[in-house]
Design a binder for this molecule. Structure first.
Ligand SMILES: [Ca+2]
Ligand SMILES: [Ca+2]
Ligand SMILES: [Ca+2]
Ligand SMILES: [Ca+2]
Length: 272
């Protein structure tokens, strides 16, 4: 494979385009659930398992999702059903998931627990949890009461299609009849996303928790048009090949036309 750097002409074209764009629009490929307006804004139907409330103030900022009096060994903020947060992460080039969390109260202690991001495949049987499997990655510790909002971000190796787990990730069988986890299968069919309060392979005592979540974020690397994990000449060729059309694979900024704005996004995101 031969990779060519963009020409000086294209770089200048991109610079001129960037100057002409004016104030920054919301970055394309970004989904943020900030809970403004309450339940209707809860894209993904995120829940800790019991009905939440949606306070208008106190989030990071504004509205947020709050669950009071949750009796559990480990709070699990998770999607339910199909949404932008589930599906084929390879095809959608999902490169990052994030969330802001606050622990308002807990009986004994929330200290020393990493937050895990857990991606789950339901093995084709949504009604049977006994064959579910997936992969998780441990992040920084969950916030303790009084610490305020804490921001978490997990990089997703969406272009890793081998069965073996990518670095930093561990496979997990969630039920007795679960198959051996396969990253390549998982990344093409993520049925559930869970922010798990602790290492999902550890055991914890039950406690009463009051917890909040805000700004659940998914970032897609739409500049990687062919989903191979790098933005290079092949992606540039897609933009140039669709120049002047409205093909959505190349209309990255969503203005209805493949042009300088899309070219600038590709050049600005050049590399692995
Ligand atoms: Ca908010
Ligand atoms: Ca299942
Ligand atoms: Ca690419
Ligand atoms: Ca465009």
């Amino acid at each position: 494979m031969h990779t060519k750097a963009p020409s000086l002409f294209l770089l200048s074209l991109a610079a001129i385009t960037l100057l002409a764009l004016g104030p920054p629009a919301p970055p394309p490929g970004l989904v943020v659930v900030d809970f403004t307006g309450g339940a209707a804004s809860n894209n993904g139907s995120w829940t800790y398992g019991i009905p939440p409330t949606y306070p208008m103030m106190g989030g990071n900022p504004g509205w947020y999702l709050r669950t009071t009096g949750l009796d559990t060994f480990a709070p699990q903020l998770r999607t339910t059903g199909e949404s932008v947060f589930t599906g084929d992460y390879n095809a959608e080039r999902v490169k990052q998931l994030g969330v802001d969390l606050q622990t308002f109260a807990v009986d004994f202690s929330a200290a020393g627990r990493p937050l895990a991001l857990l991606l789950v495949n339901n093995n084709g049987t949504p009604a049977n949890a006994n064959d579910d499997w997936g992969a998780y990655r441990l992040g920084p510790n969950i916030p303790v009461p009084g610490q305020g909002w804490k921001l978490f971000s997990f990089a997703i190796p969406y272009a890793h299609l081998a069965a073996a787990m990518p670095p930093g990730w561990a496979g997990i069988q969630l039920g007795g009849s679960a198959p051996v986890p396969d990253w390549g299968m998982l990344i093409k069919k993520v049925d559930r996303v869970t922010f798990f309060y602790g290492n999902p392979e550890d055991f914890f005592i039950f406690q009463m928790w009051t917890v909040g979540a805000d700004n659940i974020i998914q970032t897609r690397r739409i500049t990687d048009t062919n989903g191979d994990g790098i933005v290079d000449g092949a992606d540039l060729a897609v933009i140039l090949g669709e120049w002047g059309t409205s093909n959505t694979i190349a209309d990255l900024d969503g203005d209805g036309n493949v042009g300088g704005g899309d070219l600038a996004l590709v050049l600005g995101d050049w590399g692995p």
